[in-house]
Design a protein around this ligand. Structure first.
Ligand code: CA
Length: 415
């Protein structure tokens, strides 16, 4: 059975996608959880409340209560069994037209809603899981050393980022200012970044919080991986290059990280599961072994409307399940709303590189846009949009939506 809604079978937000977001309307400005179907948004808490009040919902989780809140965090706290119940219930009410009269009043056209940050981000970690990206960056930043650091194939490298500056798609990004110092410069200078860049990534949203002192294995990771967003890790390469030794990225990254408004649940990516490209040499340690699936997600990066790259997530060396296992192997606890990034998704070909740093080889091979202008890095007024999709059941496409942002001029130096 498909759906009683009038949604074309090739729509990226068809019945097999059903992503979660947080929205409001002019009439009802309180933020609440919505589920997208086609070009409509289901006011999920409102329709769950109808079912609850009519006694149609059994002893399961009170979805009306958790969905009538301004973020997905309450829902995330319920964990995998409740997420499964919720998705089965949504499938039932959107597929069986016996529910049509009860559901239809709670469907709102997309053009009447405002989307908000879907998750109150708890902790934010960014990994570095693409071998091609890590190798390219190594060659650019450390040309005299091996392209990959010696630990790279033994553990998924990551750093803790700034949760409070994760913003929803559509939020403008003010060009950051900071210190930079080129290798030949006698002293650092302060000013607006002149090498502002993007990083095309997926972000994984975590729920089912764990206790301090416990671990999540690779096999158990899917119980805590709620879903996926598209993530743009804006990066000021000049600030980053001067500050990052020895403790890693800091102010060159922390000014903004953009995520898509729709969180695609892991269940919707079942058909997208693929084996990893290979970890045989060297073999990984036992705690990183298990159901380490990859995800066949196709990403497209546009700069001012021109596609500049098509990174393929299926080529990532490390699995999100391994990243989660590694995050907790020391006993660190998970919080509802934790977010971790895959790291820049880059493939072997030039047109599959997920950052301008790589696409222009640190600005030495600028891109030419249709208006004749060239870009080594981003200019004020530039808009970067990333979209993504994955294969779904029966040849359908699972849309992951988009993450977009426009660069605004830096603050005045004295501000
Ligand atoms: Ca990154």
């Amino acid at each position: 059975m498909t759906t009683w809604l009038d949604v074309p079978t090739d729509h990226p937000f068809g019945i097999d996608t059903l992503p979660y977001g947080v929205f409001s309307t002019d009439d009802a400005p309180e933020r609440r959880v919505g589920v997208r179907i086609g070009d409509l948004v289901l006011d999920a808490g409102a329709v769950a409340a109808v079912g609850r009040d009519a006694g149609l919902v059994g002893d399961g989780p009170d979805l009306a209560a958790v969905w009538q809140t301004p973020s997905l965090n309450a829902f995330l706290s319920l964990g995998r069994p409740a997420w499964t119940v919720a998705r089965e219930w949504l499938n039932e009410i959107l597929r069986d037209d016996v529910h049509r009269a009860g559901v239809e009043p709670h469907l709102i056209p997309l053009d009447r809603i405002t989307l908000h940050l879907p998750v109150e981000v708890a902790d934010y970690v960014d990994f570095y899981a693409s071998e091609h990206h890590a190798s390219n960056v190594g060659q650019i930043f450390r040309p005299d050393n091996a392209a990959l650091p010696p630990n790279w194939k033994h553990l998924p490298i990551g750093y803790h980022g700034r949760a409070g500056t994760v913003v929803v798609s559509g939020t403008d990004v003010v060009r950051p200012s900071g210190q930079r110092k080129g290798p030949q410069d006698p002293a650092p200078v302060f000013g607006p970044s002149i090498r502002l860049d993007i990083e095309a990534e997926l972000g994984y949203v975590v729920g089912g919080a764990t206790e301090l002192g416990s671990r999540v294995s690779v096999d158990a990771a899917a119980d805590h991986l709620f879903g996926v967003v598209i993530l743009n890790d804006w990066s000021a390469r000049d600030i980053q290059a001067w500050e990052y030794v020895p403790l890693g990225p800091f102010l060159g990254k922390s000014f903004a990280t953009s995520v898509s408004a729709w969180v695609t649940p892991l269940e919707a990516l079942h058909e997208a599961r693929v084996p990893l490209p290979g970890q045989a040499d060297p073999p990984v340690l036992p705690y990183l072994q298990g159901d380490a699936f990859g995800l066949d997600v196709h990403v497209e990066v546009s700069l001012n409307g021109t596609v500049v790259s098509r990174p393929e997530h299926s080529g990532m060396y490390w699995s999100p399940a391994q990243m989660l296992a590694h995050l907790t192997v020391n006993g660190a606890s998970l919080r509802d709303g934790d977010l971790f990034g895959s790291g820049t998704i880059s493939g072997p070909s030039v047109d599959s590189r997920g950052s301008l740093l790589e696409l222009t080889w640190n600005g030495t091979e600028p891109l030419t846009l249709p208006d004749g202008s060239t870009r080594g890095f981003l200019e004020d007024g530039d808009t970067v949009t990333m979209t993504a999709w994955a294969p779904g059941p029966g040849g359908s496409r699972i849309g992951l939506g988009e993450v977009t942002g426009t660069i605004r001029p830096a603050l005045p130096l004295e501000a």
